[in-house]
Design a protein around this ligand. Structure first.
Ligand code: 2BA
Length: 110
């Protein structure tokens, strides 16, 4: 068994959870926050049989679309950001999804 950790955009999360459930995958949804944008995103935990890992990733790919988003960055001096320095807008591409695939040693329901 593998544990898939999929970080997706909030906009895609409901549709993705529904589709995963329809296809017989177990899903746990967590409300999370990205470190860079400091904005909400959604992390899904999926315990998946080895034989279905590719299928699960294909479902994620089919639902999660990448989007451009305007964020702000703070100017830095020597790599250190200072609150008194101005911020400036930057365009970042977010999504489709960031997926980690971990090997599960044991899967227990006790
Ligand atoms: P955030 O950290 O809020 O990052 C959102 C998006 O901002 C990233 O999309 C990327 O396009 C951009 N970005 C991140 N760091 C940047 C930087 N230093 N300079 C310029 N642009 C930057 P994704 O790469 O698709 O990541 C989406 C979310 O997935 C991330 O939200 C974070 O919550 C998670 N994530 C991505 N890589 C991760 C990792 N290696 N470990 C843990 N979580 C990760």
């Amino acid at each position: 068994m593998k544990l898939l950790i999929a970080i997706v955009q909030d906009e895609d999360s409901s549709k993705l959870v529904s589709k995963m459930m329809q296809q017989g995958f177990g899903v746990t949804k967590l409300a999370t926050t990205g470190g860079f944008l400091k904005a909400g995103n959604t992390t899904l935990l999926l315990g998946v049989d080895d034989s279905r890992v590719e299928e699960a990733i294909e479902v994620v790919e089919s639902v999660c679309k990448s989007r451009k988003q305007i964020s702000t960055a703070t100017t830095t001096v020597g790599g250190i950001s200072h609150g008194e320095f101005p911020t400036y807008p930057i365009e970042v591409t977010v999504g489709g999804a960031t997926v980690f695939v971990l090997t599960v040693d044991q899967f227990l329901k006790v």
